[in-house]
Design a protein. Structure first.
Length: 450
C-alpha cells in the first residue's frame, strides 16, 4: 500500500505478515512458556496451605437448565470436556490444513513425520506395558504416547538459529500426526459405556455439518453452532466429548470463496468506485455509497480467506493462552510434599518415565531410519540424524496430551497423581536432554542428508 508520497505504508496484519506456519510456530512457542509458568503456579498452590481449598474449587458444580433438561458438571469437567473440545477442534483444523497444503499433503512430505510419529507412539506404549502388564495400571499404556507441541517448540525457540528450520517443520508435522494418533487411541480405547440413543442423535449435527460444507457455507459461526450440538450429543453418548471437536473441524471448508486474483479484481473495481464518488470535505457518515463500498470490500477480504483459516487465526491464540493454561491449572496441581502418597518406584512411574524419556527418542529415531533407508522418505534440508535424535528427545515432553490421557485412564486418585508427577518429571528430563543434545549438535548444513 502506498502513502501520499508514493512510498509503501505498512499495513498491520497485511504487509510483511508472517506465514501461517510462522504464526503457528510463534504462538505455540510462546504458549509453552505460559504453560510452564501456569504449571509451576498450580504445583506451588497445591503444595501450599491453600492446596485443599484450591482442589475444592474445581469440584464446584455449574451448568444450565432447559425445561426438564438439567445439565451440570464440575468446573474440572467443564475444562477437561468442554474447553479441551475446543482445543481438539483447533487440532482438527491444523490436521486438515496439513493434509490439504502442509507437510502431510503428499506422501513424500508425510512419510517421515508419520513414520516417526508411529514409532514414537508404539515404542513408548510397549515400554510402559512391559512394566505394567498384569497390574491395575495396565490401562495407562496410552499415557507416554503423546507429544506436547507447545513445550517442544518452546525449546526449539530457545535454541533459535542453532537448529535448522526443517527440524521445526518436521517436529510440528510429527506432533500433528502424533495428535491424530492420540485422538484415535482416545476414541477407540478410552471411552465409557456407549449410549446408543445419544450416539444416534449425534448423526443430526454431523449431517448438518456435512450439509453446510456441501453448500459451501463459509460463515464460521455456523460450524461452531453445529459443532456445539455435536459436542453435547457425544458427551452424553459415552465417547469422549473432545472427539466432537475433531469431527466438526473436518467439515470446515478449506477453500476460500474468492481466489487471490478474484479478490484483487474486486479491490481494484471497488477502490475506483470509492474514488469516483468521493466528495472532498464531506463527513464520513454522509458518504453512504463510499461506506457501502468499503463494507463490501471488507466482506470480500473475508471471503478471500478460507473458513478454516479464519477459525484457526481466531481460536489458536485463545486455546494456546487460555484453554491450555486453564487445563494445566486444573490438572497439574499434584501434592508432592507434606503427606504425599506419590509412589516414585511404582511400575506406573517407571513405565511413564521409560516410555517418554527413552521410548520416544528410540521410537522416533528408529522409525525415521527405517523409512529413510527403505527409500520411503528423506531427511529435510539441513537436518542430520543428530537432529532427528534431538527431536525424538523433545518428543518425550508429553505434558498436556499425556495428562489428558492419564485423566481418562485413571480418573482421580493416587494412580492419577502418580502418573501426573511421572509425566512432569519425564517432560522436564526430556526437555533438558533435548535442549542439551541439540545445543551440542553442529550448526545446520545447507543440503539434506540421507
Amino acid at each position: 500500500m502506498s502513502g501520499p508520497t508514493g512510498k509503501a505504508v505498512p499495513v498491520p496484519g497485511v504487509d510483511g505478515a508472517p506465514s501461517m506456519m510462522e504464526r503457528f510456530l510463534s504462538n505455540e512457542a510462546a504458549g509453552g512458556i505460559v504453560l510452564a509458568a501456569v504449571t509451576l503456579v498450580s504445583m506451588l498452590i497445591a503444595n501450599s496451605p491453600l492446596g485443599e481449598a484450591f482442589a475444592e474449587v474445581w469440584k464446584i458444580e455449574a451448568g444450565f437448565v432447559i425445561g426438564s433438561l438439567v445439565f451440570e458438571q464440575s468446573l474440572l469437567h467443564w475444562v477437561d470436556d468442554a474447553l479441551m473440545a475446543l482445543f481438539f477442534f483447533v487440532i482438527g483444523l491444523e490436521i486438515k490444513r496439513e493434509f490439504i497444503v502442509g507437510e502431510l499433503s503428499t506422501w513424500r512430505g508425510a512419510a517421515l513425520p508419520v513414520f516417526a510419529a508411529l514409532g514414537g507412539m508404539i515404542v513408548p506404549a510397549l515400554i510402559y506395558t512391559a512394566f505394567n502388564t498384569g497390574t491395575v495400571d495396565a490401562a495407562g499404556w496410552g499415557v507416554p504416547m503423546a507429544t506436547d507441541i507447545a513445550f517442544a517448540l518452546g525449546v526449539l525457540a530457545i535454541l533459535g538459529s542453532r537448529v535448522p528450520a526443517g527440524l521445526k517443520v518436521f517436529l510440528s508435522a510429527l506432533a500433528i500426526a502424533d495428535d491424530l494418533g492420540a485422538i484415535l487411541v482416545i476414541a477407540l480405547f478410552y471411552t465409557t459405556d456407549i449410549q446408543a440413543d445419544w450416539l444416534l442423535f449425534a448423526l443430526v449435527p454431523i449431517a448438518a455439518l456435512v450439509l453446510l460444507n456441501r453448500l459451501r457455507v463459509d460463515e464460521p459461526m455456523m460450524y461452531l453452532a453445529a459443532g456445539s450440538v455435536l459436542w453435547f450429543a457425544v458427551l452424553n453418548s459415552g465417547v469422549h466429548a473432545t472427539i466432537a471437536g475433531v469431527v466438526a473441524a473436518m467439515a470446515v471448508p478449506g477453500a476460500a470463496r474468492l481466489s487471490p486474483t478474484q479478490f484483487t479484481s474486486v479491490c481494484r473495481l471497488t477502490l475506483d468506485e470509492i474514488e469516483a464518488c468521493d466528495e472532498p470535505g464531506a463527513h464520513t457518515l454522509k458518504d453512504h455509497r463510499q461506506q457501502h463500498l468499503a463494507l463490501g470490500l471488507a466482506r470480500a477480504a473475508e471471503y478471500s480467506a478460507a473458513p478454516l483459516q479464519r477459525l484457526e487465526f481466531a481460536l489458536l491464540p485463545f486455546t494456546t493462552f487460555v484453554v491450555l493454561p486453564l487445563f494445566a491449572l486444573a490438572n497439574a496441581g499434584v501434592r508432592v510434599v507434606g503427606g504425599s502418597d506419590v509412589d516414585v518406584i511404582s511400575p506406573l512411574f517407571a513405565g511413564v518415565i521409560g516410555g517418554l524419556v527413552f521410548g520416544k527418542p528410540l521410537g522416533i529415531t528408529l522409525a525415521s531410519f527405517i523409512a529413510v533407508r527403505a527409500g520411503w522418505a528423506r531427511l529435510p534440508a539441513g537436518v542430520s540424524w543428530r537432529h532427528i535424535v534431538g527431536a525424538g528427545m523433545l518428543g518425550g515432553i508429553g505434558f498436556t496430551m499425556s495428562m489428558f490421557v492419564a485423566n481418562l485412564a485413571f480418573g482421580a486418585g493416587a494412580h492419577s497423581d502418580d502418573s501426573k508427577v511421572a509425566i512432569l518429571t519425564a517432560s522436564i528430563l526430556a526437555g533438558m536432554a533435548g535442549y542439551l543434545w541439540l545445543r551440542a549438535t553442529p550448526a545446520p548444513v545447507a543440503q539434506s542428508q540421507e
